[in-house]
Design a protein around this ligand. Structure first.
Ligand code: GAR
Length: 208
């Protein structure tokens, strides 16, 4: 059974999807053992507490730079004996120290089809604003391993979602969450926990 630590910054609907998936048996061989928030008062913390999951708050504002913040988060994850680290709406970019500590053991959910609308500055509703501004007819979500390149790590799963006439960033965000993020994130976590993900030449192979 692998220990899953989840990093959050906000509402935590992806965390909720993981909690529900663990309860319903969609996540095999893994257990969410800890939730770490970069913000005090994040609703994701309530979701964890309501489900008996240990929480920690490591506020970004308490640290002078990315290096000291990354060290604090990395140390906490090591203390928690995390086997897998999931970025679920975690809005802080951490530096390479954490990638060295958890190589191919961290995954992120991004609300677009990478390599579109990703990288620094593309987070939360900004991603959907950019997709609508470009006029794409399809967007979606991607789950990928975290490397030192922001949103650039090996892609694990993707799911496309149609853009509809009259969409706002909010309506598109909601459709992508419901139809893609909340499905492929638990699926990717389960594959990891069953040792079914292999990275070869920067690409993910899913083992049968
Ligand atoms: C989700 O759409 C997630 O994909 C996105 O923020 C939202 C968080 O919602 N993450 C990023 O943009 C990271 N680059 P949640 O807190 O309800 O899961």
């Amino acid at each position: 059974m692998k220990n899953i630590a989840v990093l959050v910054s906000g509402g935590g609907t992806n965390l909720q999807a993981l909690i529900d998936a663990e309860k319903s048996g969609i996540i095999k061989d893994g257990k969410i053992t800890c939730v770490i928030s970069s913000k005090e008062g994040a609703y994701a913390l309530e979701r964890a507490k309501n489900n008996g999951i240990a929480t920690r708050v490591i506020p970004r504002k308490d640290y002078p730079d990315a290096a000291s913040y990354t060290k604090a988060v990395t140390d906490a994850l090591i203390e928690e004996k995390a086997d897998l680290v999931v970025y679920a709406g975690f809005m802080i970019i951490l530096d390479e120290q954490i990638v060295k500590a958890f190589p191919n053991r961290m995954m992120n959910v991004h609300p677009a089809l990478i390599p579109s609308f990703c990288g620094e500055g593309f987070y939360g509703l900004h991603v959907h604003e950019a997709a609508l501004a470009k006029g794409v007819k399809l967007s979606g979500a991607t789950v990928h391993f975290v490397t030192e390149v922001c949103d650039g790590g090996p892609i694990i799963l993707q799911k496309a979602v149609p853009v509809e006439d009259g969409d706002t960033p909010e309506t598109l965000q909601k459709r992508i969450m419901e139809q893609a993020e909340w499905k492929i994130l638990p699926e990717a976590v389960s594959l990891f926990c069953q040792d079914r993900l292999e990275v070869i030449d920067g690409k993910v192979r899913i083992k049968d």
